[in-house]
Design a protein around this ligand. Structure first.
Ligand SMILES: NC(=O)c1ccc[n+]([C@@H]2O[C@H](COP(=O)([O-])OP(=O)(O)OC[C@H]3O[C@@H](n4cnc5c(N)ncnc54)[C@H](OP(=O)(O)O)[C@@H]3O)[C@@H](O)[C@H]2O)c1
Length: 255
């Protein structure tokens, strides 16, 4: 029985890094994003030679009807779900100082980064629970948060708030889903090379060279992919509800 994972934001950046790792590990995948199927055709093609089945569903995780469409498409395509990877996210539109904070931008970030993963988990949970009856692995839910859960950026207050709140979402869902054999984790990346960080490449090249992290390099999408794969493949057992930081030691403080 192939294991099935749904990865939001799975056709680009960190989500695609996760998808590649899971494809190598025998997972079948439902990838999601806001772009159309036509626009991601090139990305999907790279999975043609893998043994796993890969499908795509365009849906805005910040929209209630789209979330329902995404879970239904997964059910129709695979008939089961073993892991939900809540990865899709946006940065703060306009990056305004919190003294100039914009309510529309705030609502948009909350919808995509927090309301989306929370309610997608609610919608997907029954399918993951049902699938446990014919599974040889535990089910899992991953919330991809960020170093911004603990580092302050006053020009991205809305983003920081959503990423911090995913920590509590992880504990809530870990508690609620434990009785069904479903583990829930927060994966907290540091600074990862992707489209989201492409505008600040030079800034971080210099910061890494000057010791921002203990490992003096950019995080790569594969680093996060390997972490997620290990968690949902059950390689880090007895750890539900925990935070796994993939940040090169950025959060270690020295005196
Ligand atoms: N890069 C970093 O340094 C970093 C660090 C910590 C945490 N993170 C978090 O990691 C996650 C992925 O980031 P990334 O760097 O890979 O970003 P990215 O390169 O900008 O990719 C974002 C992905 O999310 C999808 N997406 C955006 N809005 C969506 C929506 N409303 N509904 C469904 N999908 C949506 C995009 O879909 P399309 O492909 O269709 O555009 C894209 O696949 C985010 O949650 C981000 O906050 C990133």
């Amino acid at each position: 029985m192939p294991k099935v994972a749904l990865i939001t934001g799975g056709a680009r950046g960190i989500g695609l890094g996760i998808a590649r790792m899971l494809a190598h590990s025998g997972w079948s995948l439902m990838l999601n994003g806001v772009r159309s199927q036509v626009d991601v055709a090139g990305v999907l093609k790279e999975f043609d030679n893998s043994d796993c089945e890969v499908a795509y569903c365009a849906a805005d995780v910040g929209n209630s009807d789209d979330r329902a469409k995404l879970v239904e498409a997964t059910k129709q395509q695979f008939g089961r779900l073993d892991a939900l990877i809540n990865n899709a996210g946006i940065t703060s539109p306009g990056r305004k100082d919190i003294l100039e904070a914009d309510e529309d931008a705030f609502d948009k970030v909350i919808d995509v980064n927090l309301k989306g993963p929370f309610f997608l988990t609610k919608l997907a949970a029954p399918l993951i629970i049902e699938s446990r009856k014919s599974a040889d692995i535990r089910g899992s839910v991953i919330f991809v948060s960020s170093i911004s859960a603990e580092f302050v950026s006053v020009n991205r207050g809305d983003y920081c708030l959503t990423k911090s709140a995913l920590g509590m979402a992880t504990k809530l869902w870990a508690t609620r889903l434990a009785e069904f054999g479903i583990d829930v984790y927060e994966v907290r990346p540091g600074v990862i090379r992707s489209d989201m960080t492409s505008a600040v490449t030079e800034k971080y090249d210099e910061l890494f060279a000057n010791g921002l992290t203990l490992e003096r390099r950019w995080g790569e999408v594969e680093d996060v992919g390997k972490a997620v794969k290990s968690l949902i493949d059950g390689e880090i057992p007895y750890a539900t509800g925990q935070v796994l930081k993939i940040d090169g030691g950025m959060t270690i403080r020295s005196l």
